[in-house]
Design a protein around this ligand. Structure first.
Ligand code: WTA
Length: 656
């Protein structure tokens, strides 16, 4: 996910003198071992105890998940809960017929939820639209009928490249409703990144918008899409939602305005939901891995709907009257599971906000919490740290007493940010659900419940049904407080089923390291303490989390090597106070090139242009050689240790 907060305060405002740090320091001495939940939270909580239910969920995993699945609607129930006959390609709820839209929308239309607000959307300029479940159904049905009229068929993959507009949610649900799969590409990605993802998915139809608002300015999207589409031979149709009204180039016979299509008789507000097999693809979501090409992870209708809704309901203790805000972008897995699917399946009223957290002032989020009476706020440590910098006076202007629970995701949350979030935003009363999970897992894997005693910076314990461990290279569990590799020992319904068109890569990346034990390798290092609490340390593979956004060193390096001056490049992550990590690159120039400030700037731009602004490196270092293994692999860990002045570790495989 991720939510970057730019730190330039509006010009006419000076920052308050006390940014909250001093008080933090003085509180630190009294740090309790556990933060126990407020009695009001425990009293309110639906799940009142963890241990017994956890034990049951792992001794009878299939029984536990079957029970959760029973709470949803199915056109036809499953023959088997778990089919593990072809490991690691697990299948869940085989034989069942469903469609995630059946549960996210259709079932609410015959209950009191019909007239309940599903989505409250606020644009950055302050415009507001809200949709009841009834209205959501009409919008999604119209979009679905438009897609059908454009020839979209069951099983095909539609790419969406959108700002945070309600139409992004409608578009995702419309695809699912008619049995097409969606591939959402985050609106901050560049033309090249979009092009690669469209081509991998072979999309025939792309949905985009003219732009969106960010920090008071319209951001251009359509011209980036136009650039990408020059190199996407499979694309026949591009549907463009008008948001900003800025002039954009529309290609004849390919590009259509959504509002024009919406007026056609074919865009009727009635559309049947397509019954799907539980294991049919719901969506593809590209994410970065160790090697160059982003991988498209495949999630399916049946297991994913059970996992996203169960985790959302239990961890955020969702009640019918709640107003819930996940301030991520729908373009990331957090948005898929915890803005769109989990909340809608649970019949929740969700908030969607288009713009920046500090626009026009750093109290934007706090004012929205007050205005809408939000009960649950779920965001990233980067956003918390960014807003914390502006000081306590901004949240202090607002009544935040509606908040009951807070959430954090995307990267480890440092204890200072945790305590600030807890004390200043949560009024000391709202527990923080530090949810650890991944694009691959579909939903929370290690997370507190509202009743869990908390330790700042720890994601606490596994969610029901999951057995996690911290192990060494041989798969032996390490002792309390020792660092090791995090593994998951069991299948779960929300797990990604494969890498699109590349099952070998799925098996190799996640299931080969501990193949003998049949464990899933997470790619994170972690510790488990004497109380059995998990502490995530960070990625051990070549993935970098910047502001919670997930990037691959290989993608960054290949963008650099694409520059005419560069012969070789290595990218690493170094700690950054605000972003968690920042990208630093080591570059070997071609023979006729010499290092300069200007060249460093142009290399930074090169990466931003190829991948998106979030990937712009903080530092470029020109070097003559890179530490490599004898087989030619760059030893990024050595570069990192050197940059941090730390022990370089075992250098026996180093070539020179
Ligand atoms: C990191 C995001 C610490 C982790 C949902 C993981 C976290 C990667 C946490 C997945 C957390 C996510 N504490 N680290 N609460 N949540 N991570 O696929 O390194 O974008 O492997 O999914 O984010 O990133 P992804």
């Amino acid at each position: 996910m991720g939510n970057s907060v730019e730190l330039s305060a509006p010009k006419d405002l000076t920052l308050p003198a006390n940014p909250g740090f001093t008080q933090l320091e003085s509180n630190m001495a009294e740090e309790p071992k556990f933060y126990h939940p407020d009695p009001s939270v425990v009293e309110y909580a639906t799940v009142k105890e963890y241990d017994a239910l956890y034990q049951r969920s792992i001794t009878d995993r299939e029984g536990f998940w079957a029970e959760q699945a029973e709470a949803l609607d199915w056109y036809k129930k499953w023959d088997r809960v778990l089919d593990d006959s072809n490991k690691p390609f697990f299948k869940w709820f085989t034989g069942a017929k469903t469609n995630i839209v059946q549960n996210a929308i259709d079932r609410h239309l015959v209950t009191r939820n019909r007239n309940k607000l599903a989505i409250i959307w606020e644009g950055e300029p302050g415009d507001v639209h809200s949709y009841s479940y009834h209205a959501l159904n009409r919008e999604v049905s119209r979009f679905a009928n438009i897609l059908k009229a454009m020839g979209v068929k069951k099983g095909e993959i539609v790419t969406l490249y959108m700002p945070q507009l309600p139409e992004l949610v409608f578009g995702m649900l419309a695809c699912a409703k008619i049995g097409a799969a969606h591939s959402v590409v985050y609106g901050g990605f560049s033309a090249d990144a979009l092009r690669d993802r469209i081509n991998d998915a072979q999309s025939r139809v792309v949905i985009t918008a003219d732009g969106g608002y960010r920090r008071g300015k319209p951001v251009d999207l359509k011209s980036i899409a136009n650039e990408a589409l020059k190199h996407c031979p499979t694309v026949e149709v591009c549907i463009c939602v008008q948001r900003t009204g800025q002039p954009v180039y529309m290609e004849n016979d390919r590009d259509y305005w959504y509002h024009d299509l919406y007026k056609l008789p074919v865009a009727s507000p009635k559309c049947e939901t397509e019954p799907m097999d539980a294991e049919d693809m719901l969506f593809l979501l590209y994410t970065s891995g160790s090697t160059g090409k982003p991988k498209g992870l495949v999630h399916t209708h049946g297991g994913y709907q059970v996992y996203a809704s169960t985790t959302h309901k239990m961890v955020f203790d969702i009640k019918p009257e709640d107003r819930y805000w996940c301030a991520a972008d729908p373009g990331w897995i957090t948005g898929h599971s915890y803005i769109v699917y989990g909340p809608l399946i649970n019949g929740t009223t969700l908030i969607l906000y288009e713009g920046a957290p500090n626009h026009p002032y750093p109290n934007r989020w706090w004012s929205m919490i007050e205005k809408y009476g939000i009960n649950i706020l779920y965001t990233s440590p980067t956003a918390v740290r960014g807003l914390m910098r502006f000081g306590e006076s901004w949240p202090a202007k607002h009544d935040l007493s509606s908040l009951r629970l807070l959430g954090s995701v995307g990267e480890p949350i440092n204890p200072e940010a945790w305590r600030w979030y807890h004390r200043v935003i949560g009024g000391g009363r709202c527990p923080i659900m530090d949810t650890w999970w991944q694009t691959e897992t579909g939903g929370f894997m290690i997370t507190p419940l509202p009743i869990t005693p908390l330790k700042p910076g720890s994601a606490t314990k596994p969610f029901f049904g999951n057995e996690c461990a911290v192990v060494d290279d041989h798969g032996k569990e390490v002792g309390p407080g020792e660092e090791g590799s995090l593994v998951i020992k069991n299948p779960w319904p929300g797990m990604a089923r494969t890498v699109y068109k590349d099952p070998d890569r799925y098996q190799e990346t996640y299931w080969s390291r501990y193949a003998a034990q049949g464990w899933y390798t997470v790619g994170d290092s972690a510790k488990r303490d004497e109380d059995g609490y998990f502490w995530i340390i960070g990625r051990i593979d070549d993935v970098i989390k910047v502001s919670g956004y997930r990037l691959g060193t290989a993608e960054i390096e290949s963008a650099l090597v694409g520059h005419p001056a560069v012969s070789e490049a290595a990218a690493i992550a170094l700690p950054h106070e605000l972003k968690g990590n920042a990208i630093h690159c080591y570059v070997i120039l071609r023979a006729n090139q010499s290092p300069s400030e200007d060249l460093a700037e142009s290399l930074k731009n090169q990466v931003a242009d190829h991948l998106g602004k979030i990937a712009r490196p903080d530092g470029i270092v020109f070097v003559d050689s890179l530490p490599k293994t004898r087989s030619g692999k760059i030893m990024r860990r050595v570069l990192k240790a050197r940059a941090l002045g730390q022990d370089e570790g075992d250098l026996s495989t180093l070539e020179e």
